[in-house]
Design a protein around this ligand. Structure first.
Ligand code: C5P
Length: 413
């Protein structure tokens, strides 16, 4: 499984996908497809206005179920589509949610099946997520912002909007989030918030140590594990900062990312952020040494056949330094190290845990994980050793976050 794959992420969930009118309806088609791919059953409900932008037939084909539009639809035996459909849902997501639709919600209006369902749903049991989509002026209008506040106060989760080109030709805030972002929001929504209130710092990827302006020393770390850990921590309710070495992976939604190049950059950012973090997970493959001096200009062959002599100095050990800081020592900051070994996993990991001074060390076989989408982990703490058997990095990251959450709740106590 690819770390970005949605397969199985919403297995067994029943989602009502509501569409109100807007050009963003085309993204709802893709969202429907992604939700089905993620294992959810999807019931589409459309407003009359949405039917101007995309047909119920298209949405039926994608969801595999007849679409509902009218509250007078006679198909349900009891003639109460609004009750039946809203009660069986694990969540109701309206995407796109137009300015008019949001205004209807804010007022508790029920003139059509979709707003009627939102009103008729049992608030405590069936969450409502809305993905606004509208022109930037409509988005910025005080009436819309007032309605959004009201809707959020009434218990709906208002998802953000993106900034960019709009169907009307203008540019600004109000674009609906992309289908993949909405699917990720829904997946995050269902994740138990075991790290709520925690500030988590993750380092990820390799570092690059310059030799001259065009060359340097780096390693094969892909950053995939660290990015998956950052995503899982955010989904678990944490406020996550991800310090990333040079990798081209997309930033997980809702995660603050700081891009760095060298170990010294990562050290500076890491020490700073760690001062206010509760959990530090060091997945980065930090270069142990850097060239003593980086040449200002490209080092040229001089024709003598002699290779340039490179001197090295040791980089600071970010993890060991932070793990020995007063906040980590007093239990305010829980530090987790990673170790990529090539042999004797357990013995090396136990020794490294002591050397780094961390309560939890996660070991894996380096050559078997770098660049791959799956991995197997060995967790070493003061109680001993446990396995997280081979799985996708996505699944392992979720399991690791659960393991950390369990230890952190005991750690601070
Ligand atoms: O010593 P080694 O590189 O095997 O240690 C691995 C662990 O220490 C990882 O968690 C890595 O992110 C962290 N580390 C660090 N700074 C370094 C070297 C390693 O934070 N300079």
């Amino acid at each position: 499984m690819n770390t970005n794959d949605v397969a199985g992420e919403l297995q067994g969930r029943h989602i009502v996908l509501g569409l109100s009118g807007g050009a963003a309806c085309f993204k709802a088609a893709e969202l429907c497809r992604l939700l089905v791919k993620a294992g959810a059953s999807v019931q589409v409900v459309m407003t009359e206005a949405a039917c101007q932008f995309i047909t119920p037939v298209a949405m039926q084909a994608l969801s595999g179920r007849p679409v509902y539009v009218s509250q007078w639809d006679a198909r349900p035996g009891n003639n109460m589509a609004h009750i039946n459909l809203s009660r069986e849902a694990d969540a109701l997501i309206v995407a796109p949610a137009s300015a008019d639709f949001i205004a209807q919600l804010a007022q508790g209006r029920a003139g059509e099946l979709l707003p009627l369902m939102c009103l008729a749903r049992p608030i405590e049991r069936v969450p409502l997520l809305i993905a606004p989509a509208m022109n930037r002026e409509m988005w910025a209008h005080p009436a819309t912002q007032r309605n959004l506040r009201q809707v959020a106060q009434d218990g709906a989760q208002v998802l953000g909007v993106a900034c960019g080109d709009q169907a009307c030709g203008e540019t600004g805030d109000g674009r609906m989030l992309e289908a993949r972002e909405l699917a990720d929001e829904l997946i995050a929504f269902f994740t138990p918030k075991v790290l709520a209130g925690q500030r988590v710092l993750v380092t990820a990827g390799p570092t690059f140590e310059a030799i001259d302006p065009v060359r340097g020393i780096t390693n094969l770390s892909s950053g995939k594990m660290g990015f998956a850990v950052a995503r899982a921590a955010r989904e678990a309710g944490a406020e996550v900062t991800l310090i990333a070495g040079p990798v081209s992976l997309p930033t997980p939604r809702g995660v603050r990312r700081i891009d760095v190049v060298s170990a010294l950059d990562m050290h500076e950012a890491g020490v700073d952020i760690a001062q206010s973090a509760h959990i530090f997970i060091a997945t980065a493959a930090v270069a142990d040494w850097r060239p003593a001096t980086a040449a200002a200009h490209k080092i040229k062959k001089d024709g003598s056949g002699e290779a340039p002599q490179l001197g090295f100095v040791e980089n600071p050990d970010i993890l060991a330094e932070i793990a020995h800081s007063p906040r980590a020592q007093s239990g305010e900051l829980f530090c987790v190290g990673f170790a990529a070994e090539s042999q004797d996993l357990q013995a090396n990991a136990q020794a490294k845990r002591v050397r780094k001074g961390v309560p939890l060390l996660v070991a894996n076989i380096g050559p078997a994980t770098f660049g791959k989408d799956d991995n197997a982990l060995l967790l070493v703490d003061d109680e001993g050793v446990s396995d997280l058997p081979r799985a996708s990095k996505r699944v392992l990251a979720q399991q690791l976050v659960a393991e950390i959450a369990r230890r952190v709740s005991g750690f601070a106590a």
